[in-house]
Design a protein around this ligand. Structure first.
Ligand SMILES: [Zn+2]
Ligand SMILES: [Zn+2]
Ligand SMILES: [Zn+2]
Length: 159
């Protein structure tokens, strides 16, 4: 049943002035790196001596953008090449690998990136890889509770 307007003497204002379009600023595209991972037990005990970036894939000799297995220090190509790192995880169950293309650390079991600057166990190898790649120590950001999202640190004068 349609409701009849009850005994209103004046017309109600139709001006619904403020549209409540709620634009929340969540950037769903940005995947946050995890700051905790339960799969770090099998990390190599010597992550100071690692193969340099540019080491070819151990299996197919793909020359660059490979991954370093942080468990056995094998260098293997990415899932976008011949998936040898992924195969290695499936066969050896080595979970954690570091990318020589951008020095990100991936945990296959978490299926997520790990924050190598926050997770203590990863920090040394991240630093070592950074030095091998760039020739100087990484500018570690100060670790705060609230993470600032500005990513303006890429030096564009590199190449
Ligand atoms: Zn994990
Ligand atoms: Zn390969
Ligand atoms: Zn391995």
């Amino acid at each position: 049943m349609a409701q009849h307007g009850s005994s209103s003497s004046s017309l109600p204002m139709i001006g619904e002035g403020d549209d409540e379009l709620f634009l929340d600023g969540s950037e769903s595209g940005w995947v946050e790196a995890r700051t905790h991972c339960d799969h770090l037990d099998s990390l190599s005990s010597d992550l100071i001596h690692i193969p340099p970036p540019g080491t070819p894939c151990n299996r197919c000799q793909h020359p660059d953008e490979n991954w370093l297995c942080l468990c056995c220090k094998d260098v293997l190509c990415s899932r976008f090449v011949n998936r040898h790192m992924l195969e290695h995880y499936q066969q050896q169950h080595h979970n954690v690998a570091l990318s020589y293309s951008d020095l990100s650390v991936w945990c296959f079991s978490c299926d997520a990136y790990l924050d190598a600057q926050v997770i203590q166990a990863l920090r040394p190898v991240y630093e070592t890889a950074y030095i091998l790649k760039f020739g100087n120590a990484p500018p570690f950001r100060t670790i705060e509770h609230q993470q600032s999202v500005d990513k303006e640190t890429d030096a564009s004068s590199g190449k």
